[in-house]
Design a protein. Structure first.
Length: 241
């Protein structure tokens, strides 16, 4: 069901989304507006108060694999404008109870650290670091927020701005995946989850091979909210060794 259990949450936007208001009235933006208006996930995002329809991709991945848990510590790479961070915050920050431990009446604290090249409008409880995640300085700021403890989940929905040159775009996308994975290798706890967006069928085979050597389970997912005409899919890597 589309995010029904996420309704009634604190994060609400006006019915006119930021991205929408930023678009100019060119022909392509009219097409984009029409597609958004007619899209069931975009409509649902407005109802549920999510900043992006992409939020439902993470909802679906998590409903299948259950990696976002109350008290969890989550890094969201490529977070702007904040749809995934909203979902992560709802599921890991205090307020919920852990179904695996029903006696734990009070949820543990939880942590969400969001990172993006672009500024992100604030979200309650979410720490935001602005900058290029490939930079050591930016990663250092993220690590500082982890405060000496490892992360439970590293998410990467990072995507380069597309040049239209397929090979170049794929190479830049792979670089972002590899950067996120290298971070996860260092700061994700044993048993933790790594999720990253890839383009083309399953991404670079050697990247997948590397993931399979680092995680006990690796799944390739195409959530319903991911547009059929998009080459994107997600690698969900469970149980870091
Ligand atoms: C598809 S959007 C993410 C949408 C987000 N998951 C949401 O639901 O709101 C991809 C984001 O990746 C960011 N990005 C691309 N390259 C990056 C980099 N090197 N470091 C940090 N963020 C990056 C872009 O600025 C963009 O905001």
């Amino acid at each position: 069901m589309l995010g029904a259990r996420h309704t009634g949450q604190a994060h609400r936007l006006s019915t006119t989304s930021t991205a929408r208001s930023q678009r100019t009235k060119s022909g392509s933006s009219h097409r984009w507006l029409r597609r958004q208006r007619d899209d069931v996930y975009a409509q649902q995002a407005r109802t549920d108060g999510y900043r992006t329809r992409s939020a439902y991709k993470l909802v679906a991945l998590n409903e299948k694999h259950r990696f976002l848990r109350p008290g969890g510590r989550c890094i969201d790479c490529g977070s702007n404008p904040g749809g995934w961070s909203q979902v992560a915050a709802e599921l890991v920050l205090s307020g919920g109870t852990d179904k695996a431990q029903p006696d734990a009446m009070h949820a543990r604290e939880g942590l969400v650290v969001a990172v993006d090249l672009l500024p992100m409008p604030p979200l309650a409880g979410v720490h935001f670091v602005q900058g290029d995640f490939r930079s050591d300085d930016v990663q250092r700021d993220v690590v500082r927020l982890l405060d000496g403890l490892p992360a439970d989940v590293v998410l990467s929905d990072m995507a380069p701005s597309l040049s239209g040159i397929r090979m170049a775009d794929q190479a830049r996308s792979m670089e972002l995946c590899e950067t996120a994975l290298y971070f996860a290798q260092q700061y994700l706890k044993e048993g933790g989850t790594f999720v990253c967006k890839i383009f083309m069928d399953g991404g670079d085979p050697s990247f997948q091979q590397q993931l399979r050597s680092l995680f006990r389970k690796v799944h390739i997912e195409k959530p319903m909210a991911s547009r059929k005409d998009s080459a994107e899919s997600y690698l969900v890597c469970l149980d870091k060794q």
